[in-house]
Design a protein around this ligand. Structure first.
Ligand code: SF4
Ligand code: SF4
Ligand code: FES
Length: 479
């Protein structure tokens, strides 16, 4: 920690950080646009102005590019009219060519430009109606508005998942820096100069990357929006639950944003130890798939009877996303069944290399818990020894979709019961299938690939209110 003076008051702040972070640590918000905690600093928006004392007295400086140092004297808009005035002036420049789109803009409600505007205090526009907006963007996309003025391109389809609205771009370069430093695949560039600058892909190319939906999160305004969420729901109508992604064993920290029993989107929840501010497209797609093809029926007592009546061997296959509590419940069930029951767990999907961003590459999210519980995670052994078993109970394990060839040998097992959230191939290849909650709708614990214990919280969706969780179903089997 270091001691600095902020607005004539001595405060203790962490050392080795910039002024935006130092001020945040003592509860002072600094407006910013281009600065992002997980991207290299570029200092181009000039929104984060503060005054710091130098050899020639107090002078304006940008907070994002100024490291904190002991004894530093800082003035924010609280004590310095110059800072307040300068921030307002920068905003006026940023807004001079910005469209009046807030009512139809997807970012409204979580837009940093809106927030900064409110923080600065509303100012009357000095834009002359005769002059109007003068931003044209990429000549290939500019359009003529209802007043006959040439305007920047709107709703530009720059890739399979992202839409660009040129007029709303504040040229902060966050998207460019993300593609360059995080995705390590430079697909976006700021083209042209000065007031003509616009964001673009390279000629003839589309934006297409397994993490490109992150761009919609980090774009501080509504210039880059996510097709999967666009116009689906106003952000202020959403509630959110902090939970963990079971898409792989990293266990990315996420927000599940929902309303009226529907999950509309999954967003990264910053955890510097795990996924920082990033989340793969694949981990987000879960929200779009969650409400499709659900299995909401099933006869638990018929399944329970079938299990109890089985005299031969029983294989229980626990899926990759089972929580520690679910694993424990099925372990208890297996113990109650005695020697005839054998526990397996995992997935037929191959383990791939980590991508260094927010995916471990291991599709078995809770592998550490399965192994800790002594569950055999070699599912290949189950398919090889299929003929030994009389009953197979799969728990949120979509084995027939993951690897139809490998799973086909499991058809040798005469009784096959599937506990599954979806009416998938495993449900179709089973003699009895029962709908259960998805992991997004379940609470519990997972151990990620770094040994970090993380807690899931279930989202109350329309479907989860109709079916039991896997753990509750296991408890029913025990009665
Ligand atoms: S980017 Fe922000 S300020 Fe601009 S139209 Fe959208 S919500 Fe409004
Ligand atoms: S598109 Fe968004 S992130 Fe990219 S430069 Fe423009 S405002 Fe910044
Ligand atoms: S946040 Fe500091 S210049 Fe943009």
């Amino acid at each position: 920690m270091v001691t600095i003076t902020v607005d004539n008051k001595e405060v203790q702040v962490p050392s080795g950080v910039n002024l935006i972070e130092a001020l945040k640590a003592v509860g002072i918000e600094t407006p910013h646009l281009c600065y992002h905690q997980d991207l290299p600093v570029c200092g181009n928006c000039r929104q984060c102005l503060v005054e710091i004392e130098g050899p020639r007295g107090m002078a304006l400086a940008i907070g994002c590019y100024t490291p904190v140092s002991p004894g530093m004297k800082v003035a924010t808009s609280v004590s310095s009219p110059r800072v307040a005035e300068a921030r307002k002036a920068v905003l006026e420049f940023l807004l001079v060519n910005h469209p009046l789109d807030c009512p139809i803009c997807d970012k409204a409600g979580e837009c940093m430009l809106q927030d900064n505007y409110m923080m600065a205090g509303a100012t009357n526009s000095r834009l002359s109606p005769e002059v109007g907006k003068q931003y044209h963007g990429n000549p290939e996309h500019s359009s003529i508005d209802s007043k006959g003025q040439c305007r920047g391109g709107k709703c530009i389809d720059i890739g399979p998942r992202i839409v660009l609205d040129e007029e709303r771009c504040v040229q902060c370069s966050r998207c460019v820096r993300f593609m360059q430093h995080i995705a390590k695949d430079e697909q976006l560039q700021l083209m042209s100069r000065g007031g003509h600058t616009y964001i673009s892909t390279f000629p003839g190319e589309k934006l297409n990357h397994p993490y490109d939906r992150c761009l919609s999160d980090i774009c501080p305004v509504g210039a880059l929006t996510d097709k999967a969420f666009r116009f689906k729901k106003r952000v202020w109508a959403l509630s959110r639950i902090p939970t963990i992604s079971m898409s792989d064993s990293l266990g990315a920290n996420i927000w599940a944003d929902y309303a009226d029993g529907i999950v509309y989107r999954i967003m990264p929840r910053c955890n510097t130890e795990v996924n920082r501010s990033w989340l793969s497209n694949a981990a987000r797609d879960v929200a779009q798939e969650l409400h499709k093809n659900r299995l909401l029926s099933g006869d638990i007592s018929a399944a329970s009877k079938a299990i109890k009546e089985t005299t031969g061997k029983i294989a229980i296959a626990l899926g990759a996303s089972c929580t520690a509590e679910t694993i424990a419940a099925f372990k208890k069930l297996a113990l109650s069944l005695g020697e005839r029951a054998e526990l397996f767990g995992g997935s037929f999907l191959p383990v791939q290399a980590a991508d260094g961003i927010a995916r471990s590459g291991d599709p078995v999210a809770n592998r550490a818990c399965l192994e800790k519980a002594g569950v055999n995670t070699n599912l290949g052994e189950l398919s090889k020894r299929a003929a030994e078993f009389e009953l197979l109970l799969t728990v949120a394990a979509d084995l027939w979709d993951e690897n139809p060839e490998e799973a086909s040998s499991l058809n040798k097992i005469p009784k096959r019961i599937a506990l599954t959230p979806f009416n998938n191939s495993t449900a179709k290849n089973s003699t009895l299938s029962i709908g259960i909650r998805h992991w997004l709708e379940s609470s519990g614990t997972m151990l990620n690939c770094k040994g970090l214990e993380q807690k899931l919280q279930g989202v109350p969706t329309n479907e989860s209110l109709q079916v039991k969780s896997a753990k509750e179903t296991a408890e029913e089997f025990l009665i």
